[in-house]
Design a protein around this ligand. Structure first.
Ligand code: RIB
Ligand code: CA
Length: 318
C-alpha cells in the first residue's frame, strides 16, 4: 500500500528528484511550496514546471510562506542558481495553482486524508504555522519524513543544515510537536552523490524527463562540488521519500533531537542525543540518559540501493 503523502518543498534541484520519486512510489496528494533555495515565487514556478514536464499535473500545488517565522529569508543561488532550478531549459508553467494557501491546504487535507505522511524537504515554516493554526493538526498526521539537520556537521555553518538554518524556530515547533519524525540529515545525504557514472545512466534513459533531470544534475553537481568538494550533487531530498519506500536503504536510531534557536554560532543545529551510540552510530546499550527520543535519526545509507530505485522510477516518466 503506497503511503499517502504531501511534499512540502523549495525546488531546488534535489527537491525535483523527490517529487519524481514520490510521484510514482507514494499516493502523492499535493505539493506545497515554501521559501528556501530561492524565493517563494521561484520555488512555486519551479514546482509547476516539474509537474508539467513529468506529467504530474493531477497533483495540486499550493503556495506557502515567503518568509521564515522570525528571521529574514535566505536563499542558495550559489548551489541552485538564481532561478532555483538553473541548468535545463524548461517551458514556462501553465498549470494553475490550487486556490488554497499551503497552510490551509495542509489543514484541509489532514481532515480528509487518513494516514497522511508529510514529506518536508525545505524550511519548515509551512508545517510550523499549520501546527500553530490548529493544534489538532499534529494528531491528524501519521508521520513526518523530513530532509534536514545533521548528526554530524552542517553545510551552511559548521553546526546547521540549510533547511533548519533558514527557520530554526519553525524546526523547533515541528520537533516538539509529538508527530513521529524520521530525520534524514546531511550525515547520510552527503553519501548519496550524483557522480558522473550515475549522471550518465540518467541521461542514457533518453526521455524528456530524464534529459531535464540530467541537465539539472550536471548543473547541481558542478555547483555542489565547488561548494562542498563532494564528487557530485547530494541527493538530499529524495532520500526522505526513499525512507518511506524501502527500509533497506536507510538505517535509523531513535534519539532526542533539540533544535538550537538561540546560539550565535549554532542557530539551526540539530543537537542529537546519541550518547548511547557507538562509533558506528549503532546503539551500544539501551538509552538511559537524557530526554526521551522524539525522532528516528538516519545513521547509515545504502547509496547503491537508492540509485537503483531512483533510476528505475525515473525510467517510467515521459
Ligand atoms: O541542506 C540541503 C537542503 O537544503 C535540501 O533540501 C536542499 O534542497 C536545500 O533545500
Ligand atoms: Ca529542498
Amino acid at each position: 500500500m503506497k503511503p499517502t503523502t504531501i511534499i512540502d518543498c523549495d525546488p531546488g534541484h534535489d527537491d525535483v528528484m523527490a517529487i519524481l520519486l514520490g510521484g510514482r512510489t507514494t499516493d502523492l496528494r499535493g505539493i506545497t511550496t515554501v521559501h528556501g533555495n530561492a524565493s517563494l515565487a521561484q520555488t512555486t514556478r519551479n514546482a509547476r514546471q516539474v509537474v508539467e514536464f513529468a506529467g504530474l499535473t493531477h497533483v495540486p500545488i499550493a503556495e506557502g510562506m515567503p518568509q521564515p517565522l522570525v528571521r529574514v529569508a535566505q536563499h542558495a543561488p550559489y548551489v541552485h542558481g538564481e532561478s532555483g532550478l538553473d541548468g535545463p531549459t524548461l517551458a514556462p508553467p501553465t498549470v494553475p495553482l490550487h486556490p488554497s494557501h499551503a497552510v490551509d491546504f495542509l489543514l484541509e487535507q489532514s481532515t480528509s486524508l487518513s494516514e497522511l505522511v508529510l514529506l518536508p524537504i525545505g524550511p519548515l515554516t509551512n508545517i510550523a504555522i499549520a501546527l500553530k493554526r490548529d493544534p489538532g493538526f499534529a494528531s491528524r498526521v501519521k508521520q513526518i519524513s523530513l530532509m534536514g539537520g545533521s548528526l554530524t556537521f552542517g553545510n551552511v555553518t559548521p553546526a546547521a543544515e540549510f533547511n533548519l538554518w533558514c527557520d530554526p524556530e519553525a524546526a523547533h515547533v515541528v520537533f516538539t510537536s509529538g508527530i513521529p519524525i524520521k530525520m534524514i540529515g546531511l550525515n547520510v545525504t552527503h553519501q548519496v552523490l550524483a557522480t558522473e557514472p550515475y549522471r550518465k545512466r540518467v541521461r542514457a534513459i533518453g526521455s524528456t524527463t530524464a534529459t531535464h533531470v540530467a541537465d539539472m544534475l550536471d548543473f547541481y553537481s558542478a555547483r555542489e562540488t565547488a561548494y562542498t568538494g563532494l564528487a557530485g550533487g547530494s541527493m538530499h531530498d529524495p532520500l526522505a521519500v526513499a525512507a518511506l519506500i524501502d527500509p533497506t536503504i536507510l538505517t535509523f536510531e531513535p534519539m532526542h533531537v533539540a533544535v538550537e534557536i538561540h546560539g550565535r554560532d549554532t542557530a539551526g543545529m540539530t543537537l542529537c542525543d546519541g550518547r548511547h551510540l557507538g562509533p558506528d552510530f549503532r546503539a551500544l546499550k539501551p538509552r538511559t540518559r537524557g530526554e526521551a527520543p522524539n525522532a528516528e535519526v538516519a545513521v547509515a545509507v545504502d547509496a547503491g540501493r537508492f540509485w537503483e530505485l531512483f533510476l528505475d522510477v525515473l525510467a517510467t516518466y515521459p
